[in-house]
Ligand binder design. Structure first.
Ligand code: 1HN
Length: 356
């Protein structure tokens, strides 16, 4: 606001009384809060942050001793942005990230909820996730979808701990006051029965073919349960001699085979290869991203601060923060997911490249 000459005392007193009376009526004059409505650029509350696997893993093992998945409902270590309220379930932007782990022999019972979810497997192999009657055995690097309102549960039938990164659009659904949740209970069972063969969704929808006698229930969600690490990584390396993206190197986006869009309507996910000595150009955009280091090491400059990362680390880049990435001591593979589909759906996605 422009500076003005001081007001006569009586006018100032009248204004103060007027504003106070309005406030008691739950009315705020826009001229006192202009900055909340009109701002030249987003004022982003979330901050860049990194959670290191070497710090999380010991806490995970301690958690395994101290609390069962039944007691916890889901044993998830929620990664909450330091700038947000601890009850917000908000990691960055409109997305949540958390580390879930199952010790050998443990299960997490079936439930469903309106938020969309996915998982990226960090460590271990042999535990399953079941979604709507189909079980998939999860292995390190797999990307598993659990779309809105589908029954899902997990179990570890292997002899090693399993850990994965859960991603959900929880902050968005909460913002919309549209979060519903239900525990499974059918004939005394708390876990849904297995009703489909292993790889059922892959055979139906994941091979460039489709069964002609059925229509997908919802074309806006991916019918694929598991995008396997071997196949994704194989494509990444097959395309390694391309120029790729100046901002991300060789980057592939996971897609819904039914419409070519993001597997979940609210969350995009990517796998990217930063080749040896690759250093990307700087840019920024209005989507917020959670990164997980799938392989190798490197660093990112985020809003002017350098973050060095190693395999297993998880870090976030908030909306409109300038960022660039590089590999260190060889190649690196990053998994990432963002709220970009939400911004794009309503025309709020904006991207800017540094001058020069
Ligand atoms: C959830 O249902 C799962 O089903 C994981 O595995 C993480 C975080 C917040 C709310 C619900 C799961 C979750 C979650």
């Amino acid at each position: 606001m422009t500076s003005r000459s001081p007001l006569p005392n009586d006018l100032q007193a009248q204004r103060d009384a007027f504003h106070a009376e309005l406030q008691r009526m739950s009315i705020i004059p826009l001229w006192l809060n202009l900055s909340t409505a009109a701002q030249t650029e987003p004022r982003v509350e979330g901050v860049p942050h990194i959670w290191r696997w070497r710090d999380i893993k010991p806490m995970m093992l301690r958690g395994g001793d101290l609390i069962s998945p039944q007691e916890a409902e889901r044993r998830v270590l929620m990664l909450i942005n330091p700038a947000f309220d601890r009850k917000s379930a908000r990691t960055v932007g409109m997305i949540f990230g958390g580390i879930q782990f199952l010790m050998p022999g443990e299960t997490a019972e079936s439930h469903r909820h309106t938020p969309n979810a996915h998982r990226f497997i960090i460590e271990g192999e042999g535990a399953y996730t079941a979604v709507e009657g189909e079980r998939t055995i999860m292995r390190k690097g797999d990307y598993v979808t659990t779309p809105a309102w589908k029954w899902h549960d997990h179990g570890n039938e292997s002899d090693q701990p399993m850990a994965w990164l859960d991603g959900l659009d929880l902050p968005f659904v909460n913002l919309l006051d549209a979060n519903f949740f239900e525990d499974y209970q059918e004939g005394g069972l708390h876990t849904q029965p297995v009703t489909r063969r292993a790889e059922d969704s892959l055979h139906r929808w994941g091979r460039g073919l489709r069964p002609t006698w059925e229509e997908p229930a919802r074309p806006d969600i991916s019918p694929l349960l598991n995008y396997r690490w071997e196949t994704s990584r194989d494509s990444l390396h097959a395309l390694r001699h391309e120029p790729g993206s100046p901002y991300d190197g060789i980057i592939l986006e996971y897609v819904n085979p039914l419409n070519g869009k993001s597997p979940l309507p609210t969350i995009s996910a990517w796998l990217q290869l930063l080749r040896k000595d690759e250093h990307t150009r700087t840019h920024r955009h209005t989507s917020s991203t959670i990164y997980h280091v799938a392989e190798g090491g490197g660093g990112s400059l985020i809003g002017g601060t350098e973050y060095l990362w190693e395999e297993g680390d998880t870090f976030v880049i908030p909306s409109w923060a300038e960022h660039e990435h590089w590999s260190r001591g060889g190649e690196a593979v990053l998994f990432s997911y963002s709220d970009r589909p939400i911004l794009k759906a309503f025309g709020f996605f904006r991207e800017a490249v540094q001058e020069g």
